[in-house]
Design a protein around this ligand. Sequence first.
Ligand code: URP
Ligand code: ZN
Ligand code: ZN
Ligand code: ZN
Length: 503
Amino acid sequence: MYDLVIYNGLIVTTSHISPVDTWIGITGDKIVTIQSGKPPKDVGKRYIDAKGGYITPGGIDTHVHLQQLQVAPGEDTGDTFESGTRSATAGGTTTIIAFANQQRHDESLYPLVEEYHRRAAANGTWCDYGFHMILTNPTKKILDEELPVLFEKEGISSIKVYMTYEARRVGDRDMLEIMLRTRKLGMTLMIHAENDDMVQLVIDHLKENDLTEPHHHAIARTPLAEVEATNRAICLSNLVSSPILIVHVSSSAAMSRIRTAQNDLQPIFAETCPQYLLMLAEAMQPSGHGCGCSHGTEKTENKSFEGAKLICSPPLRESKDDLDAVWKGMINGTVTTFSSDHCPSAFDHPMGKKKGLQGGKADFTKVPNGLPGVETRLPLLMTYGVERQRISVQRFVEVTSTQPAHLYGLQHRKGAIAVGMDADIVIWYPPGEVKHDITNDNLHHSIDYTPFEGFEVSNWPRDNGGLVGRAGLGTYVKRIKGTVGHESRGETHLERITRMARA
Ligand code: URP
Ligand code: ZN
Ligand code: ZN
Ligand code: ZN
């Protein structure tokens, strides 16, 4: 007798859509059988009729910031592990990977990992979770002694590094040292690629000209800064033949550079997020307000500050060409994985977005970066990707679940509907049954806005109104070595040039 039988749906994998008369038997938290035909009446304790809708593997969101320590104490990112995973679950995401971040002064990563375990355990999580490590001070001790232990004992098989933000950026030599270790250990290396000096120069010029309202954020973080850093990361990776993943790719130039590297068979992978497919920087401008504006009355400034809700890095882009190029990357396979980069701050909170409005004067450089989006990621891609016929439903499964699983070492448990896998399953409504506008009142995070307010969606993981489950059901997932990019490629370019110099 199975605990649960799901039937009458279209089971989707990256390669296949099963006919509706296929059913899934689940016992405990595992898929134990998949059979064709109608399920017998007496094999399940509980039955769910999928009513002809798609059945997809649970979403895996590998870019989520929850209760993340910031440089200034007391300014942790907005959602807790409890509220963030509640929101994830309501949007069809059954596994998240959140960041545990090193601050410059931290000499050991172990206490940090402990701290994040405490944070996650405090109120429990609704879905499964793991941790990436953010490195800001990659000492030899951390690289050579601690990373192997964290991989082996904690199942932390991925690292993120920043090329931007004064408090977080690492230099090129440090990046190379990290790449050598991640290659050796088989860890996945995520890179936030924006040239910080280029961004800071533009910010200084904008400030000198008193151009500090939220929408100027998009101008400050120019696509040139993204493509320069992307190109540099790719060149560094070439030298040491180390696979890398450029996260939250937002521009045509960066996407093209990555595509070229992939065409050259370099192990370069890309992530993008809903905001770079669906929104342009003009959404940050108060209506009727153009750049080169007159910064006017208190009333105007406050109205124009609404744009702060959309401040994230990389920023929303100004040109539709960028948006089209990101869609192209989704369609042609340049994009390996689709995440939310859920990194929320409340809007109406002194430590949230309104930090950038202290004293009544807008200053985009003081607004915490990042958007909420863990709950809306899958419905938005199902609507604007699959149902608007830009991508197939198999490609949807690939970028939201299967490839994230393989990239980050979850492939032994997650990312597919198959016997032996975790029973992480999303049932969608049959086409045509859902049509509503996203509104923050219907979301389950603890943030006071959604950047996608008013976006129409034509599907949602069932049942939107009836979130089932509870905090405490999710467990920590130890990850293994991923399978993407870690195929052995023999000697590295560095080894080759050294050997030739010796000869
Ligand atoms: O704007 C964003 N995404 N900020 C969060 C930190 C990051 O870069 O992921
Ligand atoms: Zn980032
Ligand atoms: Zn302006
Ligand atoms: Zn992020």
